[in-house]
Design a protein around this ligand. Sequence first.
Ligand code: ADP
Length: 338
Amino acid sequence: MDPDLRRDIVSLGFVKNLVLENGNVSLTIELTTPACPVRDELQSLAKEAIRAMPGVGEINIEMTAQVRKREEPGDLIPGVKHAIAIASGKGGVGKSTVTINLAVALAETGARVGLMDADVYGPSIPMMMGIPDERPLTTSSKILPIERYGLKMMSLGFLLEEGQAVLWRGPMVAGTVKQLLADVDWGELDYLLVDLPPGTGDAPMSLAQLAPLTGVVIVTTPHHVAANIAGKSVHLFRRLNSPIMGVVENMAGFACPNCGEVTRIFAGMTGEELAVKIGVPFLGSVPLDPMVSKASEEGVPSILAYPDRPQAVEFRAMAGRLAAQASIIAMSRATVGV
Ligand code: ADP
């Protein structure tokens, strides 16, 4: 049984290349994501189940992964298997920080990952990735994404001249989001993470209407206000028919720079309480850590700059949980034919 999908892996179609020879058994288990958090558990469960049968000699199980895609007509990003938006109720909760670190954590597992900065009002990805002056190349028809830290990325920040102000009106935001999707040569990706501007404005609306989103991740901090505003984003996405894949809590406690021990500081509603309240999975909690802020000033994702600190460990675990949610949503859509 797959512990997340709650179905047996044979009927899920995960078992491939089954060979029985003189009692020796070999097979491949093809998972729905290379970031599967239950990969090792599944392998040993399968081994145990085979071992329990009489006459079995050697057992050889190869674990592979193939991310599956939801087909939709008029899809602007046909090569992208899972488009996942990262949203927050208000600014400054660490939405961009969470987005880049989740993207790098997914890429570390071998998945092909893109990062689209749709925070049109304040595109911060170029700075946080240490490439504020980079300008993308174009072919005759497409803009080529910039590659860094194993990710393909695009941001309005790469397209505007420094200091160039944009006075946004609704249709312009929609047009820009459409351009960042359709005019960029994203190619084949397992995950495209989209950093949305805070709040419930034009960008989230446009994105949900233009791209078949697997779902949305809500980032919140443990202040009541932030949690309440996050609730508004949840309401918007539900109305737009985009599933909420989970809640990420950021800046929940302080990670001591000397020993790494985490102390909770704020008294507000926790991310876990918000997740329970709105009935979605809790993906994890990232502590306040001066190294996170330092890394972002230095233009390096904190998971790469300080890979052994609690924030990095948590980001990797969270990426696994997010990938599992993407597979669960894709699988339930395939089952009910949506
Ligand atoms: P948002 O995208 O929600 O506006 P950012 O990701 O830009 O927020 O983060 C705002 C600031 O807070 C940045 O300077 C970032 O480095 C810092 N920050 C985010 N998360 C943490 C954390 N867990 N610990 C310390 N600083 C953080």
